[in-house]
Design a binder for this molecule. Structure first.
Ligand code: PMP
Length: 341
């Protein structure tokens, strides 16, 4: 019989799939010519639906080994997103409690996902100063200082990049038979790019590591100006980001991120989140550059797609939401009258 003993055994070993229709080949290039091969690493196929399952498992393994997390202990983290889901999944399987602290602007849907996995969610008011006792930061620090509590802190935990150095990087190297020439991914904590990039460069120093970044974020020289794409870009430099690893950072606008995210769903069947669209847009731009300067024939570009589009149906995939921010979208809904006309 072929089955997994635990859902946790299904974390990682995600597939690579070739991007095809979303890559605009220069008009002069024959359709069957060798061009840059662009391969997407599809992280939404992890059991919790994102790349963050990997770091959740690794951070918890290490905390168990060091004794920082004791049997029956409580995991406390200020998160409302993918890291929370990963932690909740691992915690539930191993008998820990999870308490997530999030600001009140986080959607009810996101809070309900965490609760569905058995986590507790503490909501803090956004409208108070960071030093206020009810602020997001103070509440999570207070909870984390209770007996039995442990705070993974994905922005400083070395096991975040390490999980990518020991798992994600080797998977990509193996899956491409060592033929990868470029690795592209977005940066939030910087764990993915730092771990994967370090591993790949150790195998072959010629491999180019390219960050994709929302315009406004510090990674591409911004000052923290707001942007809409979620999960990537920062207004500070996290400890988990290795500043020596990226050879280049490609800045991507919200408009390009969102329109490419929609194209991935419509043309490639990949229903992914906005940070995936952002990274894939950068990979497509790189492929076009390599094709144009004649160096792309043997290029193998791997782009990591961190999560699923299911969490963004009311945003990136909602025409009215896009229109509200001035982004144009193809109109999806038609009235019966329009269809019958
Ligand atoms: N995309 C999404 C949707 C994320 O949640 C994250 C993690 N914040 C990232 C990309 C970036 O990954 P990393 O933290 O490893 O840089």
């Amino acid at each position: 019989m072929d089955y997994a003993n635990s859902l946790l055994d299904l974390i990682g070993n995600t597939p690579l799939v070739k991007l095809d229709r979303t890559l605009d080949r220069p008009a002069a290039t024959p359709a069957d010519s060798q061009g840059p091969l662009v391969l997407a690493k599809v992280e939404y196929l992890n059991p919790g639906g994102s790349v963050k399952d990997r770091i959740a498992r690794r951070m918890i393994d290490a905390a168990e080994a060091s004794g920082a997390l004791q049997p029956g202990g409580t995991i406390v983290e200020p998160t409302s997103g993918n890291t929370g889901v990963g932690l909740a999944l691992v915690a539930q399987q191993r008998g820990y409690k999870c308490v997530f602290v999030c600001p009140d602007k986080v959607s009810e849907d996101k809070r309900n996902v965490l609760k569905a996995y058995g986590a507790e969610v503490v909501v803090c008011p956004t409208a108070v100063a960071p030093e206020h006792p009810d602020s997001y930061y103070n509440v999570s620090d207070r909870l984390a200082s209770q007996p039995g509590a442990w705070k993974p802190d994905q922005y400083s935990n070395p096991n975040n990049p390490r999980s990518h150095y020991e798992d994600t990087g080797p998977e990509i190297w193996r899956q491409t038979d060592g033929k990868i020439t470029h690795f592209v991914c977005g940066m939030g904590t910087g764990g993915t790019i730092s771990g994967v990039g370090k591993y790949l460069k150790e195998q072959n120093p010629a491999i180019q590591v390219i960050g994709a970044d929302p315009a406004g974020s510090v990674y591409s020289g911004g000052t923290g100006r707001p942007y809409l794409v979620e999960g990537v870009g920062e207004d500070f430099w996290p400890d988990t980001y290795d500043r020596t690893v990226a050879d280049r950072v490609i800045e991507v606008s919200d408009a390009d991120s969102f329109s490419f995210t929609r194209r991935l769903a419509r043309e490639e069947g990949l229903l992914v989140g906005g940070s995936s669209g952002m990274a894939a847009f950068a990979a497509a731009k790189l492929a076009a550059e390599l094709a144009a300067d004649g160096t792309g024939a043997d290029a193998v570009i791997v782009v990591l797609l961190p999560d699923s589009g299911r969490g963004y149906l009311t945003k990136v995939f909602n025409d009215d939401w896009l229109a509200q921010y001035g982004f144009l979208a193809a109109k999806d809904d038609q009235t019966v009258g329009e269809v019958l006309r």
